[in-house]
Structures are given as structure tokens and as C-alpha cells.
Design a protein around this ligand. Structure first.
Ligand code: PLP
Length: 371
């Protein structure tokens, strides 16, 4: 699905030098690379504060903790997402309230949010799934009207641009109170292990996020709130500083792959290509199609026989996961989400794809349809 080896080969000298420097200085934790990366990512995102942490799941958990949500509070979120988004809610005793997604953009359907709001609702966690932004203008309007907090899960959409109602274009993850991302190796900005970060324009929230990610510490050995231990290490930050400089090129390369697929697949009425959401650019963390009148599991097997990988993101929606049984979430009626989990299939997409690889995949999909 991704080719991290070819990507590494292209930036090998810079990466190797940076990693060896960290090892040579033995500053593995809280070193200069982390401080440098933090500032460079703030500049890239045009956001006041970036708070690095250990992974994207921690980022979401710490964000919910910093907003002061209490056990029993309800958080509105899509069910059609990676489990991390909603798992952290349950971990903190919060109640995820699952709503539908738009079947064409795969992001939360803003028109479904208001009906899910109760007197216990405290926050909305939209997910910028597959690489484009959820309808943030609509979401922020609802949040402001009902006094709700917004945490953006932008683990799949770092670098995507969103145009606000006032005409300003901003980066994904900088619109709600807090944005959360992951630097898992296969993400659009990935390190060589685990990593994550939170973004905010709110000075007070930034202090809280930093404190919670460091044992609730306000100054050394003074622990004011219950926190956790969630750090980005210096080797990962060194890798990320180099890759951040390439992020726009990486995202452009992914868009070219998507355009190629789009051009080829739009000829086939059996394939519905991913719709581009309004107001957002797409950074194509995934290229996900839906099949009409064809079994996507058969396509997956057919491709596998030709040694072409494909993936189902995600075969079981969150509201049907056993971990949420105690919330009775599976009683929630989400027919679009259920329908999507049976239809979607994601094809290989990454920064190093060649025309030959693309042609082979396209031809295999065409062969499957014309078989
Ligand atoms: C990857 C991902 C996460 C979690 O990130 P980790 O770094 O793996 O903890 C959260 N949400 C979404 C949508 C993701 O894709």
C-alpha cells in the first residue's frame, strides 16, 4: 500500500546524518530536534502552538482531557473512522455518540449533528478521513450555536487546506479548539516509529496540553493535574524535520496518483471515484473507491492473486465494535455507515508510485470488471 523504502532512499543522506547526530549527542528525549520541529510545524500550519506527543491516539486522549470533559459527557463523532478516534472517549468514561458520514466524501454529515445533541453533549470530534476535511464551516457554526468544543482528528489529512466562510484558507487541524495528528510511518507525514502532535491557537489550552502530556507537571516535580507520559522522541523529530520540508511535494505526488486513478476509473459506471469535498483540498492519505453491483471482496482477492495489495478501511464501524457494547451503540441506526463498510476498497497510493505500477493496478481492476 505504501513504499517507505523508496521514499527513504531519496532523502537518505539527510536522514542518516540527522539520526546519527542525535545518537552522537545522546539527547534522546526533549532535545533540540523536538524544539526545532515544534516551531517548524507551527510555521507550516500557521498555528500558535504545536505540542508534540507520543502518537495520534494519545493526542486525541490528551485533547479530551485538556478540555475538562467529565465522565458521562457526550461527544459526537462519526462511526466510520479508525478505532483510535472513539476508543479514547470510552477510556475517559465519555460517551461517543455516533453519527452518519456523507457517503461520497466519507466525512461526518454535518446535517446529522444537531439531532444528536443532548444536554450532555460537550464536544464534536470530526475526522478528516482519507485526506480531506470534514465540513468544518457547518460544524463550527453548530458548535458555536450550542456551545460545544471541537477537536479535529487530522491524522489522515495533515497539510490539507480548508477555506473558511470568511474566505481565509487555513490548514486542517487549526480550525477547532484543538487539532490532533499522528506521525505513524504510513501517514502523509510519518516518522520511523510512533509520534503525534496537538495544535491549538489558544494559549491556555496549549499550557494544559503540554502539562497533561508530561505527568500533569507545571514545574519540575510539581504535578497539578493527572496527566500521562506522552513524548515525541528526538530521533523521530529529526526525521520529521526533514520530511516536513517535503510534505507539500509528498501531498502533490499523492494527488497525481489520485488524478491518474480518477481519469482511468471514471470510464467505469461500476466504480464510484472519491468525491472532492467542497472548501477542502485532498491530500489522499487513502484512495478509496466504492463498487456498484460488484463484490469488493472478490476484487480484493482478484488483486491479491496478481500481488496487488488493497485494504478495507474500515470493515467494522466503531458503533458495531464489541468495546462499545456497554453503551448499546450497535442499536444506533447508521445505514450509510453500514453500507460503506461493505462497499469501500482502498488501492495503493504513496509518494513513490510509478506509471508502470499505476497502469498495472488500473488494468487489473479493468480486467476484474470485464471478466
Ligand atoms: C492513525 C490514526 C489515528 C491514531 O494515530 P496513532 O499514531 O496510530 O495512535 C487516529 N485517528 C485516525 C483517523 C488515524 O488514521
Amino acid at each position: 500500500m505504501v513504499d517507505l523504502i523508496s521514499q527513504y532512499e531519496k532523502i537518505k543522506p539527510a536522514i542518516d546524518t540527522a539520526i546519527l547526530d542525535v545518537i552522537g549527542n545522546a539527547q534522546f528525549i526533549n532535545g533540540p530536534e523536538v524544539a526545532g520541529f515544534k516551531v517548524e510545524l507551527e510555521e507550516y500550519l500557521n498555528v500558535k502552538h504545536v505540542i508534540p506527543c507520543a502518537n495520534g491516539t494519545d493526542a486525541l486522549q490528551i485533547a479530551l482531557m485538556a478540555l475538562g470533559l467529565k465522565a458521562g459527557d457526550e461527544v459526537i463523532t462519526p462511526s466510520f473512522t479508525y478505532i483510535a478516534t472513539t476508543e479514547v472517549m470510552a477510556l475517559l468514561g465519555l460517551k461517543p455518540i455516533f453519527v452518519e458520514v456523507n457517503p461520497n466524501t466519507f466525512c461526518i454529515d454535518a446535517s446529522e449533528i444537531e439531532a444528536a445533541i443532548t444536554s450532555n453533549t460537550k464536544a464534536i470530534v470530526p475526522v478528516h478521513l482519507y485526506g480531506q476535511c470534514a465540513p468544518m464551516n457547518e460544524i463550527m457554526e453548530i458548535a458555536n450555536k450550542h456551545n460545544l468544543l471541537v477537536i479535529e482528528d487530522t491524522a489522515q489529512a495533515i497539510g490539507a487546506d480548508y477555506t473558511l466562510t470568511n474566505g481565509k484558507t487555513v490548514k486542517s487541524g487549526t480550525i477547532g479548539q484543538i487539532g490532533c495528528t499522528s506521525f505513524f510511518p504510513s501517514k502523509n507525514l510519518g516518522c520511523f516509529g510512533d509520534g503525534g502532535a496537538m495544535f491549538t491557537n489558544d494559549d491556555e489550552l496549549a499550557v494544559k496540553l503540554k502539562m497533561i502530556s508530561n505527568h500533569g507537571q507545571s514545574k519540575q516535580y510539581h504535578h497539578d493535574v493527572v496527566g500521562c507520559n506522552s513524548r515525541l522522541d528526538n530521533i523521530q523529530a529529526a526525521v520529521l524535520r526533514i520530511k516536513l520540508k517535503e510534505l507539500n511535494n509528498f501531498n502533490d505526488a499523492r494527488r497525481k496518483v489520485a488524478d491518474h486513478y480518477d481519469n482511468f476509473f471514471s470510464k467505469f459506471p461500476q466504480i464510484s471515484i472519491p468525491e472532492r469535498a467542497s472548501n477542502s483540498t485532498h491530500v489522499f492519505h487513502q484512495y478509496t473507491i466504492k463498487l456498484e453491483g460488484l463484490d469488493r471482496n472478490n476484487l480484493k482477492e482478484y488483486l491479491a492473486e496478481k500481488e496487488i495489495p488493497s485494504m478495507i478501511y474500515y470493515p467494522i464501524p466503531a458503533h458495531r465494535q464489541k468495546m462499545f457494547d456497554s453503551f448499546g451503540s450497535s442499536n444506533t441506526k447508521l445505514p450509510i455507515t453500514d453500507w460503506l463498510t461493505e462497499r469501500v476498497i482502498s488501492l495503493p497510493i504513496h509518494t513513490e508510485m510509478t506509471i508502470e505500477q499505476l497502469d498495472k493496478i488500473c488494468a487489473a481492476v479493468a480486467d476484474f470488471i470485464n471478466r
